[in-house]
Unconditional design. Structure first.
Length: 472
């Protein structure tokens, strides 16, 4: 038997021993926390009518408002908050790509250079006999300065075979995190759109309400003048004109409040689209307040249309893959570079701890998913209740405006016929303007609530994020 065959057998036995020493046993069983589903939620299946009313991508275009469409386009393109989230997506995708490359063959080239200079080492005072002895051995008695350089070039390559799927599990976890952050971006995007719709409606309402207040001020000014005329004529004591003057002061306060609220809303809107309030263009109220036809129930479909729920599911996928990666560490791995060593530490205890830690993280992720689901369902029901309230308020308020306008018209007819004083007609006009102001406020509230409900229900988003979810 040759020396090389003995060395080969010793190497094989060493590899086997080191492999067995590197093994650990997955001990104990862990009961993973259960994910909440519709069996527990007991949400109804969506009817055909509900599906037809469910908000679709671009639902805000049904308002037929070019200004609103432009604002949303600007926010999607230049919105600072969305850009921050977009950078997180890019970073997570780059991280996933880096993890994927762990399964590729890896190589490195290393170059080292060292140098040392030896200075003139003249031998002074050496005897002729010593100099002769050095010369006979080829040693110069007066050597010149010298530089000795050493260059070392090495190269290596290794390939992790990933027999038990450790790297693949890490890659799956990285992809899950990337998808989760992409879905969180979509949830934030829908939230920004809902906020823009609401702020746009508020700004229009503030402008329209300020115009109504101007009409009220004009009416009250005329009414005050008529009361003053009667008081100056001695037909009645000085009282009504003072009361009307107080009303005028209150209307002036109301207008200032509306202008201040409008300025605040404009500042908030400008921040969402990446502009300053000064850069935000002025826009006028719309001639009509378009409305959406949204569902009147919360079905099980919401579990598939809310991006925050989908993001929470992806976090579970990522955490599950992390558990799989730790489990893969219990088994020996083989690297083409082939270097082995005995592990003197208690590997079993270390891996058991890592596995328990990752399983606890998985349970925490599932618990957060369950919390997200219940919060989403609760939020949708709350938004639906407020949407119904806004609809009921507008229905009643529109009726009040109609009735008040009828009384105003009748009073104007009596005044023109000389059957009643002008003050009566002016007071009815004032009442109608107040009801119109409340109606405009209700229109803005309903539109903002429609936007919140549409965002809370969620829309089909897969076509918008397919490119971001695909592997790089």
């Amino acid at each position: 038997m040759t020396f090389y065959s003995k060395a080969f057998r010793i190497g094989v036995w060493s590899l086997a021993v080191s492999t067995l020493c590197a093994c650990a046993v997955v001990t104990g069983k862990h009961e993973t926390l259960a994910q909440v589903d519709n069996v527990r939620l007991n949400l109804p299946e969506a009817s055909g009518k509900t599906l037809a009313q469910w908000p679709q991508q671009g639902w805000w275009t049904q308002y037929n408002s070019p200004t609103l469409n432009t604002l949303i386009e600007q926010a999607m393109r230049d919105g600072p908050s969305l850009k921050v989230l977009a950078t997180r997506i890019d970073a997570s995708q780059n991280a996933a790509d880096a993890v994927r490359k762990l399964s590729y063959p890896m190589g490195q080239v290393k170059v080292d250079w060292t140098g040392q200079e030896f200075f003139n080492t003249r031998i002074n005072g050496a005897t002729p006999q010593t100099q002769a002895a050095l010369s006979s051995r080829g040693i110069p008695t007066n050597p010149a300065d010298q530089l000795i350089a050493l260059t070392n070039i090495s190269a290596g390559i290794s390939w992790d075979l990933d027999l038990w799927g450790h790297n693949r599990a890490l890659y799956g976890a990285a992809l899950g995190l990337s998808r989760a952050q992409t879905l969180e971006y979509e949830a934030a995007r829908q939230g920004v759109i809902a906020n823009i719709v609401g702020l746009h409606a508020q700004i229009m309402a503030f402008t329209e309400r300020a115009n109504i207040v101007d009409k009220q001020i004009a009416t009250q000014t005329t009414l005050r003048q008529r009361w003053l005329e009667r008081e100056q004529a001695g037909l009645q004591p000085t009282q009504n004109s003072v009361q009307v003057d107080m009303t005028l002061a209150q209307l002036a306060q109301l207008k200032q409040s509306l202008m201040a609220q409008k300025a605040v809303a404009r500042a908030q809107l400008a921040a969402l689209i990446g502009q300053t309030p000064e850069q935000l263009a002025e826009f006028l109220p719309e001639s009509t307040w378009q409305t959406l036809n949204l569902p009147q129930e919360i079905p099980a479909q919401i579990l598939g249309t809310r991006p925050d729920i989908a993001a929470a599911r992806e976090y579970i996928v990522a955490s599950t893959e992390q558990v799989n990666a730790v489990k893969a560490e219990f088994y020996p791995n083989i690297n083409i570079g082939l270097s082995t060593a005995l592990q003197l530490l208690n590997l079993q205890d270390i891996l058991d701890f890592k596995l328990r830690q990752q399983q606890a993280q998985l349970d925490n992720t599932i618990a957060q998913y369950n919390q997200t689901v219940f919060q989403a369902v609760s939020d949708a029901h709350q938004q639906l209740a407020q949407y119904r309230q806004a609809q009921a308020y507008l229905t009643a308020q529109a009726r009040m405006v109609k009735d008040s306008q009828t009384l105003t018209d009748l009073s104007a007819q009596r005044y023109r016929a000389g059957m009643s004083p002008q003050m009566e007609s002016l007071m009815y006009q004032t009442a109608t303007l107040r009801e119109q102001d409340a109606l405009v406020m209700g229109y803005a509230m309903r539109r903002a609530q429609e936007a919140r409900l549409a965002s809370s229900l969620g829309t089909e988003f897969s076509d918008l994020i397919t490119d971001k979810l695909t592997d790089k």
